[in-house]
Ligand binder design. Sequence first.
Ligand code: FE
Length: 198
Amino acid sequence: MVEHRPIPATVASVERRVAAMEASLEARGLHPAEFIANQKELIQDHWDPSNGARVVARAWADPAFRQRLLSDGRAAVMELGIPMPAHHQHLVALENTPQVHNVICCTLCSCTAFTVIGLPPDWYKDLEYRARIVRQSRSVLKDMGLDLPASTEIRVWDTTTDTRYIVVPLRPPETEGWTQERLASIVTRDAMIGVSRL
Ligand code: FE
């Protein structure tokens, strides 16, 4: 049986502690409510996988852009108006081929190129994914619904504070002649992490 011990009377409720922290920050001229509202807007409206989807669609459709993306990902995505935080010094674009499949992780925590592919999904932060994708990548991908042929080489890339990644998925053959907008509509966050194919 689980024993529930009452919280000692000396510890204030979460609401009161939050209010006390907010009051303390306000007293120092900081505006936590405004900061939280701005962060929410950034996350919901700007740090969105649709940015990365545009990058991938452009790379598929425009060979010169693809070259620039592969040689300097940071400069290439900024060319499309996608911001890169100063500490994301390198954005490495990993191009899948029929022979090589790339997948990214952050073994230490949960880093992604969030302005490009969005914030990490919950499973990306799980110790299970972070530990197993490195050692048992083929079976982890299979568990996640991506059963790659034994002949496909899997490369796992571990994100760091200053180096972020985006996987450029294989372009499905039936998309020949599509506009970039239509191409972008099929590119998913999971495909840019490398746990699914299109
Ligand atoms: Fe991290």
